[in-house]
Design a protein around this ligand. Structure first.
Ligand SMILES: [Zn+2]
Length: 309
């Protein structure tokens, strides 16, 4: 059995040469992450609003990090949203859906993928919503749809605009038709917002796809997007296999989607607060420099007209 001893010995040597790859948990708990130039300290990335200094990549952020940047740290209040029963279909595949929920809740410190908050920008009270991709890929089940609709109701009750930062892969198939019904329900809720003449602004973040794109996310009065984010319904490979054509460079990235007319404006993360704030000021005719200039002009015009008469 000399050959076997030799083979085992060789295997051990190979193991020593090949470094052990870190697990997903180890990567998440590390102080480091990676971008275009290799490892980068998470602290440095955080100081730059989780945007890479070298390539400008807008890294994915949680709902709380999103609200911290949008409203300012500790300058907003999160709103508790209804919590429907977990796992109505008793779904089990490689893991049970109940276990997946437990893991996601522990990992994100959120009850569901969506969070709703209220805060103020430019003196305008805003209801805002965001999705956390780390919560089962940002997918939308009953709890997420309830949270989105609850946000709409909060906006209507308080007569505030609704600003939403979607991301995620689409409807959560562990809840099958219940998740799909969320597409219709959130669409109807957004219609109520419009009947109340309240602005609904959407800012796409990476990646937004499937039923999220196909329902409430594409119904904004104005669509913003962060640079380089993926905005899609079906994935590129699926489309390529269906149409049997090579798809163009940058297909489904926000810059491409802007050219095709689904996105109005691409805004860097650091400018989102200011840009959304000034657009809301104009739409609501509140605290806007443009409005006050035009008011002054009309005041001058009235004085001139009076003097002439
Ligand atoms: Zn980079």
């Amino acid at each position: 059995m000399n050959w076997l001893t030799k083979a085992i010995g060789l295997g051990e040597k190979i193991k020593k040469v090949l470094r052990k790859r870190p697990s997903r948990e180890e990567i998440e708990s590390s102080d480091w992450t990676s971008c275009c130039k290799g490892p980068i300290l998470k602290k440095d990335l955080e100081n730059n609003l989780w945007v890479c200094n070298s390539c400008g990549k807008h890294h994915r952020i949680s709902c709380r990090q999103r609200f911290d940047i949008f409203f300012g740290k500790n300058a907003y209040e999160t709103i508790e949203t209804p919590q429907p029963a977990d796992d109505p279909l008793n779904w089990v595949d490689t893991k049970s859906y109940k276990d997946r929920l437990k893991i996601a809740r522990k990992k994100t410190n959120q009850n569901c993928a969506v969070m709703i908050a209220r805060g103020t920008i430019n003196g305008i009270e805003i209801t805002a919503g965001a999705i956390n991709f780390d919560f089962i890929g940002g997918s939308c089940g009953a709890a997420e749809s309830e949270a989105i609709i609850y946000g709409v109701q909060h906006a209507i009750d308080n007569q505030t605009p609704y600003v939403f930062f979607p991301c995620g892969g689409g409807q959560r198939m562990f809840e099958s038709p219940i998740a799909l019904a969320g597409m219709t329900r959130t669409t109807l809720a957004i219609n109520e917002l419009k009947k109340n003449k309240l602005p609904y602004l959407v800012c796409f973040t990476d990646p937004t796809a499937g039923g999220i794109t196909a329902s409430f996310a594409m119904l904004g009065d104005i669509h913003f997007a962060e640079p380089g984010c993926l905005i899609a319904f079906a994935g590129k490979r699926v489309i390529q296999a269906t149409v049997k054509e090579e798809l163009p460079e940058g297909f489904q990235k926000s810059e491409y989607v802007q050219k095709t007319g689904f996105i109005d404006l691409i805004v860097e993360r650091k400018d989102l607060r200011e840009k959304i704030g000034s657009i809301l000021s104009i739409l609501l005719k509140k605290n806007s420099d443009i409005i006050s200039i035009s008011d002054e002009t009309s005041e001058d015009n009235r004085t001139l007209t009076k003097a002439a008469s």
